[in-house]
Design a protein around this ligand. Structure first.
Ligand code: G3H
Length: 566
């Protein structure tokens, strides 16, 4: 394993040319009403979690790039750890005011036109055409977006490419799901003497807020279905992972009618409260913490009018039973706990191992971690990379120190060592209910491991947890597993057998109970959450049959139609 010290980070000259940004992205525009508006106000600076070792070094290659010393960058994670490392400045974006954000949402309100705007009344075929046009234009910006994903959030090049590809597949899957939905709605029902056609109609203005760990994919898993169903949208990129949306602004502008997609930037506290308090948000799509979700919901003046689609906190456990295949369990737990450094809502965040196999399991888990390479996100063999969240390294150190003070130990070599923005994964064992790592969602590379003697112990943990997203069960006996599956499906929304927790494939429903989610997402479910069922009905009488027949023949309504979308 590479030493966990300053040399983990490159000298400027060591950054390969094909990994560099061409230049910092100085974004001074936002999308409002179909045009890129210039922002002349203050901007927020963006620093990469990637640091360079050379004072004054320049990752972008541009002479004027400012590279600020880690100790001087406000709130940079690990700022005090090493004075010789310099986070790379990669650009800036508008720090918008509440007034500016309110102007943006007004554009979405106008485009909605109280449900009478061109977009919400457009045919499904036409809306699909616009979304496909967007996907085409987005594909052309692949390299810029992927490279910014790498630099902004430290995602490995491999995973950044996957995120981009997965997002394009999600768009294609959404289009197919909408065609299916439309085909099944393209007919009349006759029920108890009533003729009716039932379809799904848009809700209004959707505020889309994605998370930093999948800033492209998870933002788009709400944005695209919201759009394609006929809603108008205000999108605010997550606090980290902002610049990567810049290359797509032109594609939004050129693919959709004016005001259908609008963007805001800046401090969430400044702009989101006023947007919610304006009462102009009809649907809130938010992926983040339940604390922030509650704050936002409460600010809406008519909460009963607000539809919420929320992906929230989770602390998914794994249970390793005595008869589990330990090689497989260790492999899946490693993936589950450390993919993108554990920064996934679906990550395995606590492992319960039966005491009879704990030692053998830990040996395998530690060997697995040892084989992982720390490095910079563009390095092909790197899986462990710097963390983008300010203060994250310090937080993870606290979690480990707390567990150690209460009797746990770090079992893997190098576990918990940190330098600047890098924190080496730490297995802490044995954890118990007194420790913060038992209950807090670490969202990072700390792996708390607890033992159990009686299966009731991990089951009670899940029942009493405030979260209810997923669980992973590792074992070989169908009878034992079935005894666990039946009670656990009423605690969480996905029970994974001998497999890590995960969201995908995106055609499967993704949701959670308790503090973990509201609403269900998948390519088809998302179309439902961003729409409402509405119908046209008439008594089955000659006059109505004649009128309906005439409307269909003349194709004079987009709603009342039996056309089949191919
Ligand atoms: O952060 C939460 C994501 O939905 C996780 O998605 O399980 O496919 O990595 P994933």
């Amino acid at each position: 394993m590479k030493p966990i010290d300053d040399t983990l980070f490159p000298l400027d000259a060591e950054i390969p040319p094909d990994a560099r940004l061409v230049a910092p992205v100085e974004q001074d525009e936002y999308l409002l009403g179909g045009a890129l508006r210039r922002w002349d106000g203050p901007r927020r600076e963006v620093f990469s979690p990637v640091c360079v070792r050379q004072p004054g070094a320049n990752a972008s290659g541009a002479q004027e790039t400012i590279v600020a010393p880690a100790t001087e960058v406000d709130g940079m994670p690990g700022a005090a750890v090493s004075a010789g490392l310099f986070p790379v400045r990669i650009g800036s974006f508008p720090d918008m005011t509440a007034a500016a954000a309110l102007e943006v949402i007004e554009a979405a309100v106008v485009a909605w036109g109280q449900g009478r705007g061109p977009w919400p009344t457009l045919s499904v075929t036409e809306r699909i055409r616009c979304v496909e046009e967007f996907a085409f234009r987005m594909t052309a910006r692949r390299e810029e977006v992927v490279r910014l994903l790498v630099w902004e959030i430290g995602k490995t090049r491999r995973d950044a490419e996957r995120e981009f590809g997965r997002t394009l597949e999600y768009i294609a899957g959404t289009v197919n799901a909408l065609k299916d939905l439309d085909r099944s709605s393209s007919r009349f029902l006759v029920e108890e003497g009533i003729l009716a056609q039932v379809r799904r109609a848009p809700l209004g203005v959707v505020l889309c807020l994605g998370p930093y760990n999948y800033p492209l994919n998870e933002t788009f898993t709400t944005l695209i279905p919201a759009l394609i169903m006929g809603n108008t949208v205000v999108m605010k990129p997550p606090k980290l992972g902002v610049l990567l949306h810049r290359p797509l602004l032109d594609a939004f502008r050129d693919s959709f009618p004016p005001g259908v997609v609008n963007t805001v930037y800046g401090e969430g506290k400044q702009i989101l409260g006023p947007l919610m308090a304006s009462g102009k948000v009809d649907c809130l799509a938010f992926i983040g913490s339940h604390r922030v979700a509650d704050l936002l919901k409460k600010q809406h003046p008519r909460p009963h009018r607000l539809r919420c689609v929320l992906g929230l906190d989770a602390k998914n456990p794994a249970i390793i039973l005595p008869d589990a295949d330990l090689d497989l369990a260790a492999r899946e737990c490693l993936l589950g706990a450390l993919s993108f450094n554990g920064q996934r809502c679906t990550a395995l965040k606590i492992l319960f191992v039966h005491e009879s196999v704990a030692a053998s399991f830990l040996t395998r888990l530690e060997a697995g971690i040892d084989a992982l390479q720390p490095g910079m996100p563009w390095e092909s063999d790197a899986t462990l990379t710097p963390l983008p969240e300010p203060g994250k390294v310090a937080y993870l150190r606290e979690l480990v120190a707390d567990a150690v003070a209460l009797g746990a130990r770090v079992t893997n070599p190098g576990g918990g060592q940190a330098v600047a923005t890098y924190f080496h994964p730490a297995v802490i064992f044995p954890v118990d209910a007194r420790m913060r790592a038992w209950r807090e969602e670490q969202f990072g590379p700390v792996i708390p491991v607890a033992t159990f003697r009686d299966i009731e112990e991990p089951v009670r943990y899940i029942v009493e947890s405030p979260f209810g997203q997923q669980v992973s069960l590792f074992g070989g006996n169908p009878a034992t597993l079935s005894q666990l599956i039946d009670p656990l499906v009423n605690q969480v929304c996905r029970v994974n057998l001998n497999s890590q927790c995960q969201r995908g494939p995106d055609s499967l429903p993704f949701t959670g109970r308790k503090d973990s989610a509201e609403g269900t997402l998948s390519m088809s479910d998302a179309l439902r959450v961003f729409s409402i069922r509405t119908l046209v009905a008439a008594k089955d009488e000659a006059v109505n049959r004649r009128i309906l027949g005439e409307i269909l023949r003349r194709r004079s309504s987009t709603f009342l139609s039996t056309d089949f979308i191919f």
